[in-house]
Design a protein around this ligand. Structure first.
Ligand code: PMP
Length: 368
C-alpha cells in the first residue's frame, strides 16, 4: 500500500510542510551548516574516551537527571567569559539548543499562544513553534538586516506575543543586536503582557561584542540560549544550555523528559569543558578567517553583511540558487537560506576558505 504523510491523521498544522534540512552532500569543501571546521584536539579525544569509559560502568543506572556537575561547569564557563556571575540554579542544559528552545516553547508557548521572531532569522524558531502548537509571527528587519526597533516595538504592541526571539548574532545574516535594542524589546514585550524574551546566542563567542548575560540582572523574563555546537566545535555532541532566573529553570522542569541528557552526553560535555581554552583558541582563528572572508568578498565586489558570527552572508545575485549551484559545481557547498539574492558561507579552515574564494572569483568572472 502506498501511504504518504498526508494519508495519515497528522495534525492540520503539519500537513504539506517539509522538515528542516540542509543538504548533507559529499563534496570536498562543506561550508554550509556553520560547523566548526576543526576536529577536537587529540588530548580532548583521549579525555572524552576516559570520561565515557567511566560513565559506561554505570550505564545500568539512569543518568543524573539534573545534570548538576555539568550545569555547574557551564555556569563557571559563563561567569568567566560572560561578564556576569551565574550559578547552577541559573543554568539548564539539553540536547542541543534546539531542544532548549523546544522546552522553552513547551513551557511558555503552546496552543493559543504566539511567538515572534525578526526575519530572516534561524528558521528552526518558527518550526519549533509549529511543533509545539505555538502560533508564529514574522517580525520585520531593515534592508541591511538590522532590527528596525520602531517596527519591532509596533509588532510586539500589536500582536502581544508570549515569546520574543532575538537571535544575536543572527543566523543567516551574521548581524549582532546591540544590548540597548534588546533592552528596548524586552521592555516593549513586558509592556504588552508578561512574556519571555529568548536571546539566542548560539554564535556569541565569534562576536566582536559581548554576551547579553549581564542583562539577566533584574530581568526575570530574559533567557539566554547557548550551544556547544559552534564555539566548542562539538556539533555532534548535541549539547545546548540556557542561562536565566532560577524560576525559569524550575519552569522548564515541567516539560523536560526525565533523564533527557544521557550519561554519555554529560561525560563528553564535561571533558570538552576541561579544554575550553584550547577550543576558544580555534574560535580566535575562525574570527580572523571570518574577517578575511568579509574583506576578500568585498574586494571582489560582493555586497557583504557585517558579521559577528562564524559565517558570512554575501550577494547580491540575480539568482542566488543558480550561484549556489555554480559554487557547488566547483566543489564548495555553501548555503542558500532563501534570503533573496544572498548566500551564506561558513568560515572554514584557511585552505577551505581559499577554495571557496577561488570558486567565487571564477563565478565573478562569469557573472561580473
Ligand atoms: N540557534 C541558532 C541561531 C543556530 O544557528 C543553531 C544551529 N544552526 C541553533 C540554535 C541550534 O544549534 P544546536 O541545536 O546544535 O545547539
Amino acid at each position: 500500500m502506498n501511504i504518504r504523510i498526508d494519508d495519515l491523521p497528522v495534525r492540520d498544522e503539519l500537513r504539506g510542510k517539509s522538515p528542516y534540512g540542509a543538504p548533507q552532500l559529499d563534496v570536498p569543501v562543506r561550508l554550509n551548516t556553520n560547523e566548526n571546521p576543526y576536529p577536537l584536539p587529540e588530548p580532548l579525544v583521549e579525555r572524552i574516551a576516559e570520561r565515557v569509559r567511566e560513565a559506561a560502568r554505570h550505564l545500568n543506572r539512569y543518568p543524573d537527571r539534573d545534570a548538576v556537575e555539568l550545569r555547574t561547569r557551564l555556569a563557571e564557563y559563563l561567569t568567566r567569559t560572560g561578564g556576569h556571575r551565574v550559578g547552577l540554579a541559573n543554568v539548564w542544559a539539553a540536547n542541543g539548543s534546539n531542544e532548549v528552545i523546544q522546552q522553552l516553547l513547551q513551557t511558555f508557548g503552546g496552543p493559543g499562544r504566539t511567538a515572534i521572531g525578526f526575519e530572516p532569522s534561524y528558521s528552526m524558531h518558527a518550526l519549533i513553534a509549529r511543533g509545539t502548537g505555538t502560533g508564529w509571527i514574522s517580525g520585520p528587519r531593515n534592508d541591511d538586516f538590522t532590527i528596525d526597533l520602531a517596527a519591532a516595538e509596533k509588532a510586539i504592541a500589536e500582536n502581544q506575543p508570549d515569546v520574543v526571539f532575538i537571535t544575536t548574532p543572527n543566523n543567516p545574516t551574521g548581524t549582532a543586536v546591540p544590548p540597548e535594542t534588546v533592552v528596548a524589546l524586552y521592555d516593549a514585550a513586558q509592556a504588552a503582557k508578561p512574556s519571555v524574551v529568548i536571546a539566542d546566542e548560539a554564535y556569541i563567542e565569534f562576536s566582536h561584542g559581548h554576551s547579553l548575560l549581564p542583562l539577566l540582572e533584574g530581568r526575570p523574563h530574559l533567557v539566554i540560549s547557548r550551544t556547544m555546537s559552534k564555539a566548542f566545535g562539538a556539533a555532534g555532541l548535541r549539547l545546548g544550555y540556557l542561562a536565566a532566573h532560577p524560576a525559569v529553570v524550575d519552569a522548564v522542569q515541567l516539560v523536560r523528559l526525565p533523564y533527557h541528557l544521557s550519561a554519555i552526553t554529560q561525560a563528553t560535555a564535561l571533558a570538552a569543558l576541561e579544554h575550553t581554552d584550547t577550543l576558544l583558541g580555534y574560535v580566535e582563528q575562525l574570527k580572523t578567517e571570518r574577517d578575511r572572508l568579509v574583506t576578500e568578498l568585498r574586494a571582489l565586489g560582493y555586497e557583504v553583511t557585517p558579521s559577528d558570527a562564524n559565517f558570512v552572508q554575501f550577494g547580491r545575485f540575480d539568482d542566488a540558487h543558480e550561484a549556489w549551484q555554480k559554487i557547488l559545481d566547483r566543489g564548495v557547498l555553501v548555503r542558500d537560506n532563501g534570503v533573496p539574492g544572498r548566500l551564506r558561507v561558513t568560515a572554514g579552515t584557511p585552505e577551505e576558505n581559499d577554495a571557496f574564494l577561488d570558486a567565487v572569483r571564477e563565478l565573478k568572472k562569469e557573472q561580473p
